[in-house]
Design a binder for this molecule. Structure first.
Ligand code: AMP
Ligand code: ZN
Length: 111
């Protein structure tokens, strides 16, 4: 997708600190971390919103959540973590390529 920063990261056109990659997802460090561990899990397929899920994407999302759970101890998240998916303007979504924030490495507040 043209002008999508995450597509460019996936294509290797923009550098990123990748911690995991397979055929359908990539996980890299957020450039402006808000927790000791702040990763972004991004499906390689470009779509922006959960409202665009179809059967195949639902299955992809399920596998992605399972992958995050499997990787969590190796990512420094053995004491727990939070997943955040910003959707749209009120959530402050700045990158319109679906991504899951993975936050942890410390106790997280709640607001
Ligand atoms: P959101 O506000 O949910 O759309 O989240 C987008 C996230 O992408 C923000 O937390 C940014 O810090 C992060 N981000 C933007 N550009 C980059 C980049 N080049 N490498 C890593 N993270 C980025
Ligand atoms: Zn994209």
């Amino acid at each position: 997708m043209e002008n999508c920063i995450f597509c460019k990261i996936i294509a290797g056109e923009i550098p990123s600190a990748k911690v995991y990659e397979d055929g359908e997802i990539v996980i890299f460090k957020d450039i402006e971390p808000i927790a000791k561990v702040h990763l972004l899990c991004v499906p390689k397929e470009h779509f922006a919103y959960l409202s665009e899920l179809d059967g195949a994407r639902e299955a992809l999302l399920g596998r992605t959540l399972k992958k995050i759970a499997d990787l969590a101890p190796a990512l420094g998240l053995e004491d727990g973590y939070r997943l955040v998916v910003n959707q749209g303007d009120n959530a402050g979504q700045t990158v319109r390529h679906l991504h899951i924030h993975i936050l942890g490495g410390q106790p997280l507040g709640w607001q």
